[in-house]
Design a protein around this ligand. Structure first.
Ligand code: PMV
Length: 318
C-alpha cells in the first residue's frame, strides 16, 4: 500500500516566536495563520520492511535529514511501533518564493504516515503530532485561517480551523536575495527570549491574538493587516534587542520594500507587511490591490521575484 498527502504552507499573522519547551515545541504564545493556495508539499509514504532504516527522497533526491529521522522516532513513540518507511516528498514551494517549507512538509508527512498505518485520527491529533516536527506545521492541516492554541503540555498544544468567512484577501510575496547567513527559527527564538522586551511581547501578542480573531471573523482586511504588521515588526524588534547574539533578518532591500509598503498605505491602498525567519516580505492586501502593489514593487526593484497567493485548502489525501 502507498499513501499520499498534500499540505499547503501557511503564513502566521500572529507569530510563534519562542518555545517554553524545546523538546515538545510548546510555544510561549498562541498563533494564527492563513494557509496559502500556491505553495504546498506532496508526500508519499510506503511501508517497506525490507529496508533497514527509513529512507527519504526529497524532489527525487535521496537525502539524509536528521530532523525527519528524529521526527519519525517521535511518531513511533506516540503511535506505537511501525515498520520502516520509504518516503517521497515533493515541495511545490518554489525556492524562488523564499517561503519556509517545513510547515507544509511536516504536515504532509504526518498525514501520509498516519494514513499508511491505517489509523483514523482526528485532525487536531494530527496537528499535535506534526507540531513535534515543526511548530508551524501544526497549522498546515487547515485551509483558510487556523489558530494554534499554545496549550500547557503535549496534549493541549494543537491547531484548529477558525471557521472564518470567505474574504478577498491576498498575499504578495516578495523574495529578497540575501547573502546573509540565515539564523534558523529555533536559534532565532532562543536569542529573542533574551530580549528585555520579551515579556511585554508575550502580553501584547495575547491581546493581538484576541483582536485578530475578531478581525478575521469580521473579514476586516484592514484590521487584519494592521494587527499582523504590528505583531511581525515587534517580533523582529526582539531579535535586535536580544542581549545574547542580537541579529536581524532585514536587509537593505527588505527596508526598501517596507518603505514602499508604507508609501502605498499612505496612498490609500491596503498594504501591510509581515516577515518570518528571513529577509522576504509578505504583503497582506485585498485581491484587487495586488496587481498595483506588484507593479509598484517591480518598477522600484526590477529584480525582485514576486508571487501572489490567496487562501488555500485543507490537507488532502490520495
Ligand atoms: O515552525 P518553525 O520552527 O519553522 O517556526 C516558524 C516561525 C515563524 O515562521 C517565524 C512564525 C510562525 O508562526 O510561523
Amino acid at each position: 500500500m502507498t499513501s499520499t498527502a498534500k499540505a499547503h504552507t501557511n503564513i502566521a499573522f500572529i507569530k510563534y516566536w519562542g518555545k517554553k519547551n524545546q523538546q515538545l515545541n510548546l510555544p510561549t504564545t498562541s498563533s494564527l495563520s492563513l494557509t496559502l493556495d500556491k505553495f504546498y508539499t506532496k508526500t508519499t509514504v510506503t511501508i517497506d520492511d525490507t529496508l533497514s532504516t527509513d529512507v527519504l527522497y526529497l524532489n527525487n533526491q535521496k537525502v539524509d535529514a536528521t530532523r525527519v529521522h528524529q521526527f519519525l522516532d517521535v511518531l513511533r513513540d506516540e503511535l506505537g511501533y511501525f515498520p520502516t518507511l520509504k518516503i517521497n516528498s515533493y515541495n511545490h514551494v518554489p525556492t524562488s518564493a523564499g517561503l519556509a517549507s517545513s510547515a507544509s512538509a511536516f504536515a504532509a508527512l504526518t498525514g501520509a504516515v498516519v494514513q499508511e498505518l491505517g489509523l483514523h485520527l482526528d485532525t487536531c491529533t494530527l496537528s499535535r503530532l506534526a507540531r513535534r516536527g515543526s511548530g508551524s506545521a501544526s497549522r498546515s492541516f487547515f485551509g483558510h485561517f487556523a489558530v494554534w492554541h499554545a496549550g500547557i503540555d503535549n496534549d493541549s498544544s494543537f491547531a484548529e480551523s477558525l471557521h472564518a468567512p470567505a474574504m478577498p484577501i491576498a498575499l504578495v510575496v516578495a523574495e529578497v536575495s540575501s547573502q546573509q547567513k540565515k539564523v534558523g527559527s529555533t536559534e532565532g527564538m532562543q536569542r529573542a527570549l533574551t530580549s528585555p522586551d520579551y515579556g511585554n511581547w508575550v502580553n501584547n501578542s495575547q491581546q493581538q491574538f484576541i483582536d485578530m480573531q475578531s478581525a478575521v471573523m469580521a473579514a476586516d482586511i484592514e484590521k487584519i493587516g494592521t494587527i499582523a504588521e504590528a505583531n511581525a515588526m515587534s517580533m523582529h524588534d526582539l531579535n535586535l534587542t536580544a542581549t545574547q547574539h542580537p541579529f536581524t533578518y532585514f536587509t537593505a532591500e527588505t527596508q526598501r520594500i517596507l518603505q514602499i509598503v508604507d508609501d502605498l498605505k499612505h496612498q490609500g491602498l491596503l498594504a501591510f507587511a509581515t516577515m518570518d525567519a528571513g529577509p522576504n516580505v509578505k504583503i497582506i492586501t485585498h485581491v484587487e490591490h495586488a496587481q498595483l502593489i506588484i507593479q509598484t514593487l517591480n518598477n522600484a526593484l526590477p529584480n525582485l521575484k514576486l508571487e501572489i497567493a490567496q487562501s488555500g485548502p485543507d490537507i488532502s489525501y490520495e
